[in-house]
Design a protein around this ligand. Structure first.
Ligand code: GLV
Length: 385
């Protein structure tokens, strides 16, 4: 079984409106496809022997994890499986994998902290007035989150046409189409929709009060978008948060420099899984340039299109210290709840270990350019002459 198999199972279980929110990207989805294509175009150099004792464990911000892939922040995990955030967090903790909770999670950061062992990270959007982020930062600190990811590529939502066609905007509003879609996917309908625990943006309930309806919470998230958000706001957040700070959404080396100047300890090279600016380059295609100009000591992570253990290896060979996973564990969650997430993480670890053995590299931090055989397109017209 592989991640694509989990995706197929997720597709069968979820109503189309929900699957498309998970699977889709912005506009023509060129960036969504480019992330995958760029990883596929990279070739690894097989090396004979020398990879007999692989140890995937990796240190990030002084914490040792079982593997260099971490759960990235994704909102609305409860629409795939009841208590989706809790299942993912628990699976990650058991596997010794890092976990990030989104501001737009369905389970509150406090509940996750009560129920699942640390370490865990929290993610913020460039939303709201200063008191909005300050309140969330204080809560994250009290609840024991160790690092903060600030996602800066979301001043406005990407134009996600699959969602627009379904009338879906971070909340399932009832329509004849949705009812029919739900009836055709009875396992999802019974567990998520009729199961009595409709997903809510629990982190935001404190701003509106527990009695707020789902629609009010969804409207509140949209009303918090703040187009004025600036690098000064990043500096302000830097002052408010004492732990490691990562800026997510960086594609351009100049923005990596500005993030460091604003006090970030690290960056996440990301195009939001192709969900924001369609036409942005694939993340692995810009990684090396960013890695080259980032000083030692800065943490460099990447996300976008990671579906195989070999993808993690490729990203690290180009300079990443680790990668964030978005859709891969979500396909697992949607396919089979906790068991599906366990499966997704085990698949990636197994594939990564095999890849490391076959390229003769025992430690992720030893990965480098030497493990890549160059960017080629197999049997391209040119190669054939
Ligand atoms: C939210 O950030 C999303 O990509 O849906």
């Amino acid at each position: 079984m592989n991640i694509d198999d989990l995706r197929r199972l997720a597709r069968a279980r979820l109503p189309r409106v929900v699957f498309d929110y998970l699977d889709g990207g912005a506009e023509d989805e060129t960036t969504l496809r480019a992330n995958r294509q760029a990883l596929d175009d990279l070739r690894l150099t097989p090396r004979l022997l020398g990879g007999g004792h692989v140890d995937l464990s990796t240190e990030i911000f002084g914490q040792r994890y079982a593997a260099p892939f971490l759960i990235g922040p994704t909102g609305l995990n409860g629409i795939y499986w009841p208590d989706g955030d809790l299942h993912i967090a628990a699976a990650a903790a058991e596997a010794g994998i890092g976990f990030t909770l989104s501001t737009a999670s369905n389970t509150s950061m406090e509940t996750i902290a009560e129920r699942v062992a640390a370490p865990r990270w929290f993610q913020l959007y460039p939303w709201g007035k200063p008191d909005f982020s300050q309140a969330l930062i204080e809560r994250a600190e009290v609840a024991g989150y160790s690092a903060l990811i600030l996602t800066l590529d979301s001043l406005v939502g990407g134009k996600r046409e699959r969602d627009l066609r379904h009338g879906f905007s971070h909340e399932i509003r009832m329509s004849a189409q949705v009812v029919l879609d739900g009836l055709l996917h009875p396992r999802w309908l019974a567990s998520v929709w009729l199961g009595g625990k409709r997903p809510r943006f629990e982190n935001l309930e404190r701003f509106l009060g527990k009695g707020a309806s789902n629609a009010e919470l969804a409207d509140f998230t949209r009303s918090q978008r703040n187009p004025q958000f600036s690098w000064d706001d990043v500096r302000r957040i830097r002052k408010q948060w004492s732990g490691p700070l990562l800026i997510k959404g960086i594609i351009c080396p100049e923005d990596a420099r500005l993030a460091r100047q604003a006090g970030a300890d690290g960056i996440v090279v990301s195009n939001h899984g192709g969900r924001q600016l369609d036409g942005a380059p694939a993340t692995v295609s810009v990684l090396e340039r960013i890695a080259d100009q980032l000083e030692d000591g800065a943490t460099l992570l990447l996300d976008g299109g990671i579906r195989r253990g070999s993808d993690v290896v490729k990203a690290m060979a180009l300079g990443a210290h680790g990668v964030l996973l978005g859709r891969a564990p979500l396909y697992g969650l949607a396919a089979g709840g906790r068991e599906g997430v366990d499966r997704a993480l085990a698949i990636l670890a197994d594939e990564m270990e095999r890849t490391m053995i076959l390229i003769g590299c025992e430690r992720p931090r030893e990965l480098g350019r030497q493990h890549l055989a160059g960017v080629e397109r197999a049997l391209s017209g040119k190669a054939l002459g």
